[in-house]
Design a protein. Structure first.
Length: 228
């Protein structure tokens, strides 16, 4: 193999990672003006307890006494603890974390879309094109801006993080269903149980994760390669 062929193979293997990094960087750049935002609406009613945090005990009290939903959403509240010192003074640290969560979700959307595309498509180029298109829609859709930029809506985006982690883990485990069915079923079940619990402790609609999986199993996963 010539050096030119080696360079070509190396580029072909690297370009998806480079393109994904560029896509995420563009998302970060687009959201930068929002860092000058402030506390709004439900931020105060749900997060005002941050001003009373002085030690581990008061931090635990804040996390476990939330009333935003039936379960209190303790995991989402815990994610605000590192920014507690900025509460009421500077919203930038809160918004920055929200944007990073949005970008993380974009990465998880890419990974999940690629896994799902492999079920119905054979061509690697088509698989990556679909994954990149889906990720771009997620990152730049105006509809999702409010979820990322309203500080308290982190409860929603963090819930989405665990749902997407669960979907990715489920799909990864499912790929071994033919070769190691018992191990695959155990891994799939654990992925669903753990991710559903973490998502629900961020926001109650995380309990829908098993429903999403059932829909996938009844549609796309039921007819692999149907679009190829």
């Amino acid at each position: 193999m010539t050096s030119q062929s080696i360079d070509r193979v190396s580029w072909l293997s690297l370009w998806p990672a480079v393109a994904l990094i560029a896509l995420l960087a563009a998302g970060w750049f687009i959201y930068q003006p929002a860092l000058t935002g402030t506390f709004l609406l439900d931020d105060h009613s749900n997060l005002a307890g941050l001003q009373s945090i002085t030690d581990a005990r008061s931090a635990l009290y804040f996390v476990l006494t939330g009333d935003a939903g039936p379960l209190g959403r303790p995991l989402a509240l815990a994610s605000f603890l590192p920014q507690a010192s900025a509460w009421g003074l500077d919203a930038t640290p809160f918004i920055r974390v929200n944007i990073l969560i949005h970008l993380l979700n974009g990465l998880l959307v890419f990974l999940f879309s690629r896994q799902l595309a492999r079920v119905v498509l054979r061509d690697q180029g088509d698989i990556l094109l679909l994954a990149f298109a889906t990720t771009a829609v997620w990152l730049f859709m105006p509809l999702l801006a409010s979820s990322s930029l309203l500080i308290v809506q982190r409860m929603t985006t963090l819930c989405a993080t665990f749902i997407l982690l669960g979907l990715n883990a489920y799909m990864t485990a499912r790929e071994r269903i033919d070769t190691s069915p018992n191990a695959a079923l155990v891994a799939m079940s654990l992925a669903l149980v753990i991710a559903t619990l973490l998502a629900t402790l961020s926001k109650e609609n995380g309990a829908l994760l098993p429903v999403f999986v059932l829909v996938l199993e009844a549609t796309i996963l039921r007819h692999p390669q149907s679009l190829s």
